[in-house]
Design a protein around this ligand. Structure first.
Ligand SMILES: *Cc1c(COP(=O)(O)O)cnc(C)c1O
Length: 425
């Protein structure tokens, strides 16, 4: 097996990789001397497709040349711009087109969706989140509780067992079994941002629904990374951003999923604006509010076209290759990364991400005993861009779209030499 731990073998894997050509379609950041960074933070901000500029330029030109007429006369008329994204986005998350829309930003969408799906009563009002939930999600549910007159402490945390890092779904089942009468909603990160654990969404939905709880999924670390099959999973709603694995630019818009079973329920309480009003009569401007069916029925505003153009550029790449091929490469690339880290044979290093490729995406979270932020600084000095989480975890995402096997090889050999030097001191 040793020969696999060589630069030559990594380069051979790149040569055999049928998706290797994709890297050339992205801008890879470089240091001052023109060397490519080893970029492992596509889980935080995905790299820019070279095509993005052209897509945005098209809209800038149409705006310059057409002004307001661009709504109807632009090459891609703005009035329906979000529709150009729907089918491709639906494929990425395993949904039907009626279940998906791109609108607003992620945390905003969590709130907009909770207006409809967090409907607490005096006795059934608590919210379950995972204990390592992304801070924004925690703040969002706490503020929803307070908004409805409850306390922040009415959040129930699904925690890893003592001494463990990962969540065990049996524990969620027990929480819901015991306290389900008081729980109104589960809001769970489908792929945990910290550990990279990809949870069984179908089982989460079944557990929640067994006690009449609504089930929402934050898919920020899942969309474009794993295949969440949202429709079949049967969750009620989901939301995700497009600037992580979906490569659509800093602060870009969010995708939303509302399960088909809610598509025609016009009685669901919700906020309204002109963009969830019936398209056919929207511009009469006088009709009584007439809400659209499906996920489009949660839109409020006419959307930012420049940001959507960047999403369109990115989704076209995803659509060309498909999630299945991307996932195949991803499992291989992350598997190789994991293999090389094990080859380091260091007692100080532990991967906290699940070993089973079906329970993770591309990210590996590497815990380094006795390390501190200096390790992260040393990596950065060597042009390896990773994400540091206190107290001692490096999150690394070899994104299959633009990361090579050679990148992964180089990363591990540099990490290994930094660690051996740190240990000498
Ligand atoms: C990235 C991320 C966010 C960020 O939310 P914004 O509203 O886009 O700033 C929220 N939740 C999770 C789980 C994330 O991974």
């Amino acid at each position: 097996m040793k020969y696999k731990n060589t630069l030559a073998f990594a380069q051979q894997l790149d040569q055999e990789d049928s998706l290797a050509y994709l890297r050339n379609q992205f801008h890879i950041p470089k240091d001052k001397d023109g060397n490519n960074w080893l970029y492992f933070t596509g889980n935080s901000l995905g790299l820019q497709p070279k095509a993005t500029q052209k897509y945005i330029q098209q809209e800038l030109d149409d705006w310059a040349n057409l002004g307001v007429e661009g709504h109807f006369e632009a090459q891609n008329p703005w009035i329906r711009y979000h529709e150009y994204l729907t089918d491709k986005m639906a494929k990425i998350v395993g949904a039907k087109p009626i279940e998906v829309v791109v609108m607003n930003t992620l945390t905003t969408n969590l709130h907009v969706l909770m207006v409809s799906f967090y409907r607490p009563t005096k006795t059934k009002y608590k919210i379950v989140i995972e204990s390592d939930a992304f801070p924004s999600d925690r703040y969002a549910v706490q503020s929803q509780l307070k908004f409805h007159g409850f306390s922040e402490d009415d959040v129930i945390e699904w925690k890893p067992r003592k001494g463990e890092e990962l969540l065990n779904i049996d524990d969620l089942e027990e929480i819901v079994h015991k306290q389900g009468e008081e729980i109104a909603m589960l809001l769970i990160g489908g792929v945990n941002y910290y550990t990279g654990q990809f949870l069984d969404l179908k089982r989460i939905a079944e557990i929640g629904h067994s006690k009449g709880c609504m089930v929402g999924i934050d898919l920020a670390h899942g969309a474009g990374n794993v295949q969440p099959n949202l429709h079949d999973a049967g969750v009620d709603f989901a939301a995700w951003c497009t600037y992580k694995y979906l490569n659509s630019g800093p602060g870009s818009l969010s995708g939303v999923f509302v399960h088909e079973k809610h598509a025609k329920n016009k009685d669901l309480p919700r906020f309204a604006g002109w963009w969830n009003h019936n398209k056919a009569t929207r511009f009469n401007m006088r009709q009584p509010f007439d809400v659209m069916e499906g996920a489009e029925g949660w839109q409020l505003s006419n959307p930012p076209i420049l940001s959507m153009a960047a999403i369109k550029a990115s989704l076209d790449v995803f659509d060309e290759i498909g999630m299945e091929a991307l996932r195949q490469k991803s499992e291989k690339l992350t598997g190789y990364f994991e293999f090389l880290i094990h080859e380091m044979d260091s007692e100080d290093i532990k991967i906290i991400t699940p070993k089973n490729p079906k329970e993770r995406g591309c990210q590996l979270s590497i815990q380094v005993k006795n390390a501190d932020k200096r390790l992260h600084q040393k990596l950065t000095e060597k042009h390896i861009i990773t994400d540091w989480r206190e107290p001692n975890v490096i999150r690394c995402a070899p994104v299959p779209m633009y990361t090579t096997f050679e990148d992964v090889y180089q990363m591990v050999s540099i990490l290994s030499s930094i660690l051996s030097k740190l240990n000498e001191v």
